[in-house]
Write a protein that binds this ligand. Structure first.
Ligand code: ZN
Length: 201
C-alpha cells in the first residue's frame, strides 16, 4: 500500500512516536486534526496490519483459541509461564488496558473457572500496562496464569514499610470519589441537562 502521507508528515509522526506517552497523546491530536479522512484510515490500517494481536483476532495467525465473546478472545500463550497460560485480548485495537471498552472481569472469571475445572489450579492475573510495566506489544492484553504447587512462576517485588505521613498524602492524592447511586446520578444528569439547555437558550 502506497503511503498517502507526505514525507514531512511521516517525519513529524516519527518524532511524535518517540515522545513519552502523555506528551505523545497531546501532540497526536493536533497532528491527526490536520489529516484527511483517507490519511487517517491509512494510518489505522497500517497500524493494525503490523499488530500481532490484531492478526490473531482476525485469524491471520495460527493460534489455540479457547475463548471468544463479542469483545474479547482468549488464546493459549505459545511460551507459557505454566500449563494452560491464557492471554485475553480485546478484539478492538487499543494500546492500554484502561482504553478497553468492555468489562474484562467477566471473561477473566470464566477462564479462571474453566482452568480450575480442567487443571484444579489456582491463577495469577497479570496486566502489564505501559512500557515501564513490561508491556511489549502495542495492543492491550491480560495474562491468566494457572498456578500449581511446584510451578516456576515468580511474580515478586521488594516491599518496604511506608511512613504514616506518606501514606496519608498519597491516599489524599489518589482518592477517587465514591460514585453516587444510579438513581441519584440520573437526577444529577437531568438537572445538569436542564441548566445547560437554559444556558444555550
Ligand atoms: Zn492490535
Amino acid at each position: 500500500m502506497e503511503s498517502p502521507l507526505t514525507e514531512d508528515q511521516i517525519s513529524e509522526l516519527n518524532d511524535i512516536i518517540k515522545l513519552p506517552r502523555d506528551q505523545q497523546q497531546k501532540s497526536l491530536q493536533p497532528f491527526l486534526a490536520k489529516l484527511t479522512p483517507e490519511q487517517i484510515n491509512f494510518l489505522k490500517e497500517s497500524q493494525q496490519q503490523k499488530c500481532l494481536f490484531c492478526s490473531i483476532v482476525n485469524w491471520e495467525t495460527p493460534q489455540y483459541r479457547i475463548y471468544e465473546d463479542s469483545f474479547f478472545i482468549g488464546i493459549l500463550d505459545i511460551n507459557p509461564a505454566a500449563k494452560g497460560h491464557v492471554v485475553l485480548i480485546p478484539k478492538k485495537h487499543v494500546k492500554f488496558i484502561n482504553e478497553v471498552e468492555d468489562d474484562y472481569s467477566k471473561p477473566i472469571r470464566k477462564i479462571i473457572n474453566r482452568l480450575y475445572e480442567v487443571f484444579q489450579c489456582d491463577a495469577s492475573v497479570l496486566i502489564n500496562n505501559g512500557e515501564k510495566a513490561g508491556q511489549k506489544l502495542p495492543h492491550a492484553s491480560v495474562h491468566i496464569i494457572p498456578r500449581y504447587d511446584d510451578d516456576k512462576v515468580t511474580i515478586s517485588w521488594n516491599s518496604e514499610k511506608a511512613g504514616e505521613e506518606e501514606l496519608k498524602q498519597i491516599s489524599q492524592k489518589l482518592r477517587i470519589q465514591k460514585e453516587a447511586p444510579k438513581e441519584i446520578q440520573e437526577k444529577i444528569d437531568e438537572i445538569k441537562d436542564y441548566y445547560e439547555g437554559e444556558r444555550i437558550a
